[in-house]
Design a protein around this ligand. Sequence first.
Ligand SMILES: [Zn+2]
Length: 217
Amino acid sequence: VTPSTTARKAIVRIPTTLIGGLLILATVAAAREYQSLASTPSTRQTAPSSTASFAAGQPPRGPRLVPGAGDGALPDRTTVFEDDLPGVARLDAALLGALRDAAIDAANDGIEIDVNSGWRSAAYQERLLDEAISRYGSQKEAARWVGTPETSAHVSGDAVDIGPSRAIAWLSRRGAMYGLCQIYRNEPWHFELRSTVIEHGCPPMYSDPTRDPRMRG
Ligand SMILES: [Zn+2]
């Protein structure tokens, strides 16, 4: 091997390395582009709920409330012991006491009871109802899922929606001991206090809120 052959080989090798590097760069760039394309539709999917009211022929309403802690909005994994969050603190005192008793016993079974929604302001409830009407297409269907500010037990502080599913399963078995009952078959996460049931168990559930005489306001 003469020095000139070595030099020629080196010259041939350099472009090969460059091409390899360029291929890697191109692959990375393509992957990034794919990711941005893939994420675009998911950002679009959140849009229709705000535009659906136009589709239904309703006039656009004024600026919508973005519910904050003061309206009862709760962060993920809120426990029943969060005294400084109105969504928990403004629950009926007897309901909250029963929930805390249950949560202590559930914790002994390795289960955390989270409050996904508790007390809500009337404005927050109104917003949820508007969203449900957009989503379900009619007031009648929305009423199966979301009460009005006048009728919702959340606005009066008499209801909690709990999670996760193992906490729901735990409380559906043990809740009557604390007076905590599921009320609607279509909302297994929704509990209210029925303090008279501790001896005899919870009453039969309504299939959905439209069957509840309290909701016919
Ligand atoms: Zn509820």
